[in-house]
Design a protein around this ligand. Structure first.
Ligand code: SF4
Length: 974
């Protein structure tokens, strides 16, 4: 049982105590926007001219800096950074945390300050490059931005004017912004948004989406008493730095930390309870806990009664209209009776007593239960989306939803201001991203693009990859090489990237984009119960402006000809529609200077002056304008303590003609008030009379509820029931494709999904400090498995997947579950021999050969010291760059969420004498046969759609097209 502990001390009280302690020492308290005292941090009032002595200068000369805020672009957290810009040379000397940032509060992980390495990376791309030989040949020529824009725009214009809008696609890895580029595509009228999300977080999102409408959780860690993480979240998860610091605060108060992870990660090592279950069994554990909470009546009865869609479940699913809550409770007690602790223990391979103890701990949290899963198990397993769904079930049972110490819907802890222009929804549907077989996919079936094009569903005239490296990141990367090498399938490939990558090697244009301190973006993330915006900006441009210089576009202040994307998209859109005849240009036109392109200062000035509540007044109080405030501060907290939005009463003027249906849903014809926060919200259907859902009737009042079809938290999903998956309409457990029953006797489960704390996908390989810290990814192997296989640490092993094999070194450890091996995907960067462009501090040089359908990669050279503008590159002492395992994985699309199910059933054995470290072999002939059973699991909208549409309209979808194109095409008679 948990020990008694201090609970719920509010931030304000803690800040007051900290202030008193600091002032008692006679020091000045620097509160920052986050009101966290950082004594060592320069007070904002002195950021204009901050003086430091250069530690490396024997003469100890003073250096004068302008401290210019921006945000980190090395993971999705977008923590605040402050760039130290030398006032004399306008060089960025270092980057540290921004204490004015409400999410990160002055703190960063190692990757934040390492942004400096990326700015000075001697291998970075400094000019637009055009292919000068075959794709992948490594022959490039510099080209002007003007010529590149003319060529790309001409092709896009042709596709649009020839009514082939789906021939244009933008494929993004890390968005790092809130909708700018989606609006660009909408302005072009193309359904061309493609994301990496189905290889990342669709599984996690789906489970949350079916419960609460929003697709992410926002746990209030700092105020929780029990925190449950299904992942290594504390060290490397989603928004992990802002979250980690709040988890640490909770633990200082005595909160208990539970970590489910097959590895003894750094996160698990900090846990009070580390549980290493059989991969894919997590949902069985959570259902057993849920059942325990129900049968021991430890759930919050009133919360369940008020906020679950139990009435809909009883009426529609069970055909019992008029059933009472008591009737439902009797039903509830039976729903998961199969999931005893003994059952879960057998599935998970974890002692039943441990699971019971965990259940008791969770029960003790009451409403102070913060839970989180994102990638991890939800991204690894067939049916992984039920992991997040069953985890959130625990919150929903305890009423630990949108309350202090509980878990919020992300949309309430995030703020997206209304932009200057809002182009209409595109009037087209792209089958290459939203194929009809996956009507419920949370995001684009991005990793199936080679398959879908090979099936003849379309081809692309212009394909942008942006901060995205599918050849390296996606499963079965050689299939991507085959796709990208074929001009009949990809007419023109434009890689928008700050750094060379495996994918950029196969592009037609490689266009250099700015790093986090060289570009504008606006973003907001759910780090705690508040809403804030963060402003990424090109810091040298801003420094110049603040010194009184007139600045043009960012090409004038970035290294070489590096550009930022905002300005690039505006310029490209003008080229596509130079005279405005296509109706595109108007979305990129200045209002201050009609007839001229929109500038970034005007764009952000418009937003900060008109669309961010409280910012103009706050800036005025500091004697400045909203834009200047954001340029000098980098972030603004819009609201704090958002609270339980679902409990808010709907105002009377929205209820004039309201009608309430038998399920308590309230519909109105009153117009929807224009929200200031345009976070994408699901759009549940209205009633048959065309009224919109405005709220739900709860105990005689009309409350806002949740953005789900029922307006409540959905225990039972009518959507799943009606769209072909009635067996999954309740939170349930789906056996993974790597369930022990699916494994041969000699197979192990490979966990390839875990991050390293100091690396981040493609982004960080050009950061020398990070490469020195982490440059290898051995195979974690339990001592018992190693003994059985006769292997020791450092031995070369072959890991055989269904599609091929890779050769890696073993690391024998007690820190992993027996029967499971793990290898981080943050390693194994490569560049082709003879085409040596790439991050040399972290990419090996390989030979890549194709014989028929078989691809073979062999390392020719590891990382070596080299001469460059940076003397540190001569001091490189490591030679490893890890092994690229993703090439050997076939595609595994989950039939519901669309998530690629990353875990692999593998055989591990000692390497052959002819094998070399980092060898990769892929048998492309197996592709089709391996994909077929996964494709066969799908239930096409053509077969299951209840209303003749491709997809439930209410489900979130990036760049939602116009409603009329949701209709399934009418089949021609054969
Ligand atoms: S990489 Fe680190 S500093 Fe940068 S945003 Fe992510 S957590 Fe924050």
């Amino acid at each position: 049982m948990p020990e008694p502990r201090e609970t719920g001390k509010r931030l304000d009280e803690r800040v007051s105590a900290a202030r008193a302690a600091v002032e008692a020492r006679g020091e000045t308290f620097y509160p920052g926007a986050s009101r966290i005292h950082l004594a060592a941090f320069p007070p904002k009032e002195r950021w204009g001219d901050w003086v430091e002595v250069d530690a490396r200068d024997p003469a100890r000369r003073e250096r004068h800096y302008m401290l210019v805020p921006t945000t980190c672009f090395n993971c999705e957290s977008a923590c605040g950074l402050v760039a130290y810009v030398d006032r004399e040379t306008l060089e960025v000397r270092k980057l540290e945390g921004n204490p004015e940032h409400p999410g990160s509060r002055g703190r960063n992980c190692a990757k934040g300050p390492a942004t400096l390495n990326q700015l000075t990376d001697p291998d970075r791309i400094l000019a637009p490059m055009k292919r000068a030989g075959e794709r992948g040949s490594g022959r490039w020529t510099e080209v002007s931005w003007d010529d590149a824009l003319a060529d790309i725009a001409g092709r896009i214009r042709t596709a649009i004017t020839e009514h082939r809008p789906n021939a244009v696609m933008y494929h993004v890895g890390r968005p790092g912004e809130d909708g700018f580029t989606e609006r660009v595509l909408a302005a072009w009228g193309v359904d061309g948004h493609n994301s990496h999300t189905n290889i990342c977080s669709s599984g996690g999102r789906a489970g949350y989406h079916y419960w609460m409408g929003f697709d992410r959780p926002s746990p209030d860690y700092a105020n929780a008493d029990v925190i449950v993480l299904v992942s290594a979240h504390l060290e490397s998860g989603h928004y992990f730095n802002p979250h980690a610091q709040r988890i640490v605060e909770a633990r200082q108060r005595g909160a208990k930390l539970v970590v489910l992870d097959v590895r003894l990660s750094n996160t698990a090592s900090q846990a009070d309870h580390w549980i290493a279950p059989q991969p894919g069994s997590e949902a069985a554990i959570f259902l057993a806990i849920a059942h325990h909470l129900v049968v021991t009546q430890r759930y919050q009865r009133e919360f369940v009664r008020r906020w679950w869609n139990w009435q809909e479940y009883m009426t529609v699913a069970l055909g019992r209209p008029g059933a009472t809550f008591d009737d439902f409770e009797r039903e509830l007690a039976t729903l998961w009776s199969r999931y005893t602790f003994d059952f879960a223990a057998r599935e998970a391979g974890v002692d039943a007593g441990v699971l019971r103890e965990l259940a008791e701990l969770i029960a003790s949290a009451g409403t102070r239960l913060a839970t989180h899963t994102w990638r991890s198990a939800a991204a690894g397993n067939l049916g992984g989306w039920q992991v997040s769904r069953t985890l959130f079930l625990l919150n929903a049972l305890l009423g630990a939803v949108a309350c202090e110490g509980g878990t919020y819907p992300n949309g309430w802890n995030k703020f997206v201001p209304r932009p200057m222009y809002t182009p209409p929804h595109p009037h087209t549907w792209n089958e290459l991203t939203w194929p009809v077989e996956y009507p419920l996919a949370m995001n684009e079936l991005s990793f199936l693009l080679p398959q879908l094009i090979a099936e003849g569903r379309g081809a692309l005239d212009v394909y942008f990859t942006r901060v995205y490296n599918p050849v390296w990141t996606n499963p079965d990367g050689t299939n991507w090489i085959e796709l990208l090498s074929d001009p009949a399938k990809i007419g023109l490939h434009v890689a928008l990237t700050p750094t060379w990558s495996e994918t950029a090697q196969y592009a037609d244009y490689v266009l250099p984009m700015g790093h986090g301190s060289e570009r504008h973006d606006l973003h907001s993330y759910e780090t705690h119960d508040a809403q804030w915006i963060g402003f990424r900006q090109p810091v040298v441009r801003t420094a110049k402006q603040q010194l009184g210089a007139t600045v043009g576009d960012t090409r004038g202040t970035s290294p070489g000809q590096v550009w930022e994307e905002n300005e690039f998209w505006i310029a490209l859109s003008w080229r596509i529609d130079p005279d405005g005849a296509l109706g595109i240009r108007r979305y990129f036109e200045s209002r201050e200077r009609p007839g001229e392109p929109l500038g970034v200062d005007e764009y952000y000035r418009h937003i900060f002056e008109r669309a961010v509540p409280g910012l103009p007044a706050h800036a005025a109080a500091e004697g400045t304008t909203p834009l200047d405030y954001m340029r000098r501060t980098g972030a603004f907290e819009v609201r704090r303590g958002v609270g339980a939005v679902h409990e808010e009463r709907v105002p009377a003027d929205e209820l004039d003609d309201a009608v309430t249906d038998e399920l308590g849903r309230v519909f109105t014809r009153a117009p929807r008030p224009a929200p200031d926060n345009i976070v994408p919200v699901p759009t549940p259907d209205g009633d048959a009379a065309g009224r919109r859902l405005v709220g739900v009737a709860v105990d005689g009042c009309v409350a806002r509820g949740f953005p789900t079809p029922s307006g409540r938290l959905e225990l039972w999903s009518r959507t799943l029931a009606e769209w072909g998956w009635p067996e999954y309409a309740l939170p349930t457990y789906i056996e993974s494709h790597v369930h022990p029953r699916a494994l041969a006797a000699d197979q192990l489960v490979l966990i390839p999904t875990f991050r390293l704390p100091v690396q981040i996908h493609t982004r960080s390989a050009n950061a020398k400090w990070l490469d020195e810290l982490a440059h290898t990814n051995p195979l974690w192997l339990h001592t018992s498995d190693a003994a059985r296989l006769g292997l020791g640490t450092g031995d070369l092993v072959r890991v055989e997947t269904e599609l091929g094999h890779f050769v890696v070194k073993a690391w024998v450890t007690e820190g992993i579950r027996p029967g499971v091996v793990a290898c981080s995907h943050h390693m194994g960067r490569w560049k082709l021999d003879g085409n040596e462009r790439g991050p040399r501090t972290m990419a090996a040089t390989v030979g890549l050969e194709r014989a028929g359908a078989t691809w073979t990669m062999r390392r020719r050279r590891g990382v070596t010291p080299y001469a460059s503008s940076d003397p540190d590159t001569r001091r490189i002492w490591w030679s490893d760059a890890g092994v690229h395992q993703n090439l050997t994985f076939p595609v595994h699309p989950d039939p519901v969420s669309g998530m690629h199910c990353w875990h692999q059933a593998v055989r591990v054995r000692r390497a052959e004498p002819t094998d070399q470290y980092a060898d990769i072999v892929v048998d492309g002939d197996r592709r089709r046969a391996l994909y077929a059973p996964w494709a066969a699991r799908t239930r096409s909208a053509e077969a299951v759609s209840p209303d003749g549409t491709r997809r439930p309209y209410w489900l979130l979808r990036p760049l939602k097209p116009a409603r009329e194109v949701y209709a399934l095409p009418v089949k021609k008679p054969t």
